[in-house]
Design a protein around this ligand. Structure first.
Ligand code: DSN
Length: 429
């Protein structure tokens, strides 16, 4: 263990154990998942799919991949599973390529309004190669189904995405299905954020309503980094060729050899998801998030809180992220709907409870954590982002210097470290 990398991993382990990890898309995976991920399966090439490979020596790999597919279908009640996508973005791109030709129309929720980059954002190739129509949210931060219907009727997309990365409400999958049927579009649910909640039975499932589902495996599902594409029974009835179209788009369309160690780790994760304790875990994530949201003056129905910092000043997301990090609390700055500042220096933060819940934290702990967060946010009051763009860089450099020396933040960090250090983290002593 002489590599400099192992020393750096120890440093990161310290951060993960003595800090509060509150980015809602992050989690702590189990030691068994890590064992599979770090196994000799990384040595193998298996281009193709089970029983139809381009390389020899895949008898065991076939068994592992088929097992992972079966588990995925069992967890989500779907008809066909593809477990090879390297992660969520390539999975979504594969789905797009399978369903829409370049230049044709797709529709998704705008990224600054809580959607995802790969659902047609202008910066993503899903927004460059295709005619992307984007829906948003209203003043109440909720999706306006009439807006979705009007846009769908006007633009006739071939593919409609339903799925979010910064949204606190339950999605109307049934309503989306009606709209997709009215315009003859494929409906795809990106459940990356909520798949663990769905598997745990604390969030409605889109499976009865959509044609295809995509989930990453490392968020609330608590597995390794990776993704799964699922074809529903409804999707299969609508288009019996969907499994083949999607498989072809993943390989050879977009990817080469699958990461067999990742496939095995996904199977281990799905075995864990099927244990009764996972349901309790999912329930606790939402209970914790509800208490945390309430103490921060808002409301959530999922694992996630999008908090506007407009009460603290203009464009406060960056300052908040930095101050919280100084205090040992990791969240991410985020745009709020109708963002008044900028995408890079936005007006909100996004935080959540999946990782804290894995460590065994409960409602009473959320009350304590909300107290620390509010104290930290008081330290940035008045540090408003300059309205003039050219002044921002220097201003934020100065702010960082000030926050680094801030005594109150140092005191909070001490308390956070003492508190967090008492909760176990899988794989860290
Ligand atoms: N980066 C993921 C998230 O944090 O929500 C989405 O890609």
């Amino acid at each position: 263990m002489s590599s400099r990398v192992f020393k750096l991993i120890s440093e990161e382990a310290h951060r993960q154990k003595y800090g509060l990890e509150m980015i809602p898309s992050e989690n702590y995976t189990s030691e068994d998942v890590m064992k599979a991920m770090g196994s000799i399966l990384t040595n193998k090439y298996s281009e193709g799919f089970p029983k139809a490979r381009y390389y020899g020596g895949n008898q065991v790999i076939d068994k592992i991949e088929i097992y992972a597919q079966d588990l995925a279908n069992k967890v989500f009640g779907t008809a066909h599973a593809i477990v090879q996508p390297y992660s969520g973005s390539p999975a979504n791109f594969a789905i797009t390529l399978a369903l829409v030709k370049p230049g044709e129309t797709l529709m998704g929720q705008a990224l600054p309004m809580g959607g995802h980059l790969t659902h047609g954002a202008p910066a993503s190739y899903t927004g460059k190669l295709f005619n992307s129509v984007q829906y948003g949210v209203g003043k109440d931060w909720k999706i306006d189904m009439e807006e979705v219907r009007a846009l769908a009727k006007k633009h006739k997309p071939k593919l409609i995405w339903v799925g979010t990365t910064a949204y606190m409400f339950i999605l109307d999958y049934k309503g989306f299905a009606k709209i997709a049927e009215e315009v003859g579009a494929y409906l795809v649910a990106d459940i990356a954020h909520v798949s663990g909640l769905i598997a745990g039975g604390v969030h409605p499932s889109p499976v009865p309503y959509v044609d295809i589902v995509m989930t990453t495996t490392h968020k609330t599902l608590r597995g390794p980094r990776g993704a799964i594409i699922l074809v529903t029974k409804k999707g299969l009835k609508k288009d019996p060729e969907l499994p083949q179209k999607l498989e072809k788009a993943v390989f050879p369309g977009l990817q080469g050899g699958p990461h067999d160690h990742q496939t095995a780790a996904i199977a281990v994760c799905l075995e864990e998801v099927l244990e009764p304790s996972f349901k309790k875990y999912a329930e606790q994530i939402v209970k914790n998030a509800k208490v945390l949201a309430n103490k921060l003056g808002t409301k959530t129905y999922t694992h996630l809180i999008l908090l506007s910092l407009e009460d603290y000043g203009f464009g406060m997301g960056y300052q908040a992220q930095y101050a919280l990090e100084e205090a040992g609390i990791t969240i991410n700055k985020n745009t709020i709907p109708g963002e008044p500042a900028s995408a890079f220096y936005p007006s909100g933060i996004r935080l959540g409870t999946p990782a804290l819940t894995t460590r065994g934290m409960r409602e009473k702990d959320m009350i304590k954590i909300a107290g620390w967060i509010k104290r930290v946010l008081e330290e940035i009051r008045g540090l408003d982002l300059p309205k003039e763009q050219e002044k921002r860089k220097d201003f934020l450099k100065e702010v960082k210097g000030k926050l680094r020396k801030n005594k109150n933040l140092k005191l909070i960090r001490k308390d956070v470290e003492k508190f967090a250090g008492k909760f176990p983290v899988p794989g860290i002593d």
